[in-house]
Structures are given as structure tokens and as C-alpha cells.
Design a protein. Structure first.
Length: 288
């Protein structure tokens, strides 16, 4: 009898915890989940969202991405939705520590390809139909091919493409880059075999594809890349599962420089200057 009582207690405990687990699954709130993808085969677009070749006298390569960060994300119902008037999903921390408002790099969320960048309850997303999504990219970290004093290397580059970024000392591997201030869009730092390089592209040189330039322009230096869903993303408010969104970014010859030695190789020690580090297009997709 005592043995049967023990068995009964165990079975009841299993049933209790099984029900509890099932309730947790049933009551779990569905989320909107955002991930980034990098694709060197996507079209290479200009600021107007139109295909463009590498400028004459320049050379370019498709970097191998390690990580990325975004400063802002927004869903837009249609092509006439002004920036900021859609459903804002995310806005990264900012600071005045550098004397003017800037992205606080120390608080930036940095992720690799297919890692979750954003996950918010769908109850926080306004119901409706969304044709477009915008993401203001702020930081890129990738590997590129370098020629230095006749030898080929792989270097790692940190690219800051947000409107303005506040940095203390940032690092690439064992290389340190003390800044302690704001840097404008287009600041970059590069580590090649432990050798540090850094520089600044010209103002307005960073490509930011916006196919809605005619109906919904973006401010200068904002780096708000705009992409259209193949079919509108509809949020009903009755979702029972996560909505997974992938933001596929074109890295098709996205790292571009002015050639000194016309050989298609980036040679910073020869004075070959970076002219553009902007992403070259956005193709968003979703799964429900």
C-alpha cells in the first residue's frame, strides 16, 4: 500500500508539472524578432535605391562581416509615411558626453549574422499593414583584404556610419583606438596584423539607399536604409506565434576606396583613402 501511495504521488507531481509547462507555452506572448543577414549577391544600389557600378577611379570589395549594430528601426505602412511617423520599434541610447547628441557606442547592441538583434512583444507593435521597414545602421565590423608593403593581409575594420558616435577607447583585436569624443559619420579604424590605421570619409559620402526619396526623404547623415517587403507585413494583434523578420543587407562591393595603384587592392599605406562604407540595399522578409 505504501509503495502504491508513492507511485500515486509521483504521477500526480508529473501531471502537475506537465500541465504547468504546457500553460507556460500556451501563455508565452508572441514576439516580433529581428535578425540581420549579409548578402554580397544582392544588387548594389545608390542613394536613390537604383543599381550602380563602382565609380571610375575607385575600387571596391565585398567585406566578410563579423558584426553590426542599428540605431533605429521603424515599420512604415506605405511610401508616403514620413520618417518617424510609422511604428517605431527601437531607438538606441544616445549621449551628450561629446558635446553634441551622439550614439553612445558603449551601450550599442552589436550582433553577428542571424543573431537576434531585437525581440519585442507583438502587443507593443501597432496593428496594421506595413509595406516598408527602415533601419538606421550605426556600426559595422568586417574583414577585408589589404595590401601592405607588397604583402597581402586580412584586416579587420570598424566602420561607424551613424549620424554621430561618441567613443571612448575602442578596440579591434589587440589594437586600441583612443578617441574620447564624437566622431562623424564615416569614421573608420583598421587593424592589419596588429598595425592600426584610422581615417574619416568625406561628409555625405556614405551611401544610404532610400527608394522612397521622392515621397519620404531622410535627413542627411542618418544612414536610414529603407527596404520593401515582397508582400506587406500584417500585424493583426491575434498572433499566437513569433513573427520573424530578416533584414538582408547588400554588402555587394560596399567597401570602396580611391585607387593610387590601379590594381584592385586596398593599400592604405600607399595613401588609398576610403570613400564609402555604406550598405548597398535592404531586402526584408518575414515568417509568421
Amino acid at each position: 500500500m505504501k509503495f502504491k501511495s508513492i507511485i500515486l504521488v509521483v504521477l500526480l507531481a508529473i501531471a502537475f508539472f506537465s500541465c504547468d509547462d504546457n500553460d507556460d507555452v500556451k501563455n508565452a506572448e508572441p514576439h516580433l524578432v529581428m535578425r540581420f543577414k549579409f548578402d554580397a549577391t544582392q544588387p548594389r544600389l545608390n542613394n536613390l535605391g537604383q543599381p550602380v557600378a563602382v565609380a571610375e577611379g575607385n575600387a571596391a570589395q565585398s567585406p566578410s562581416f563579423n558584426a553590426i549594430s542599428s540605431h533605429y528601426m521603424e515599420l512604415a505602412p506605405n511610401a508616403n509615411t514620413a520618417l518617424g511617423m510609422g511604428t517605431i520599434l527601437y531607438h538606441a541610447p544616445e549621449t551628450m558626453a561629446g558635446g553634441a547628441k551622439a550614439i553612445d557606442f558603449s551601450q550599442s547592441k552589436i550582433v553577428g549574422e542571424n543573431e537576434i538583434f531585437l525581440s519585442i512583444p507583438l502587443s507593443q507593435v501597432a496593428t496594421g499593414s506595413y509595406e516598408w521597414i527602415r533601419t538606421s545602421l550605426s556600426y559595422q565590423n568586417y574583414d577585408i583584404n589589404i595590401l601592405h608593403q607588397g604583402t597581402d593581409y586580412t584586416g579587420t575594420l570598424a566602420s561607424f556610419v551613424g549620424f554621430k558616435t561618441y567613443l571612448t577607447t575602442h578596440h579591434i583585436g589587440n589594437s586600441s583606438f583612443p578617441v574620447n569624443g564624437n566622431r562623424e559619420q564615416g569614421y573608420w579604424a583598421l587593424s592589419v596584423n596588429g598595425m592600426p590605421f584610422s581615417g574619416q570619409t568625406e561628409a555625405g559620402a556614405t551611401t544610404v539607399p532610400n527608394p522612397l526619396y521622392a515621397t519620404s526623404p531622410i535627413p542627411p547623415k542618418s544612414c536610414v536604409v529603407t527596404g520593401k517587403f515582397a508582400t506587406p507585413l500584417v500585424i493583426t494583434g491575434n498572433e499566437t506565434r513569433d513573427v520573424e523578420v530578416t533584414l538582408s543587407l547588400s554588402v555587394n562591393n560596399s567597401f570602396e576606396w580611391k585607387e593610387v595603384h590601379v590594381d584592385g587592392k586596398y593599400e592604405p599605406s600607399a595613401g588609398e583613402n576610403v570613400v564609402d562604407m555604406g550598405l548597398r540595399g535592404l531586402l526584408p522578409t518575414y515568417q509568421k
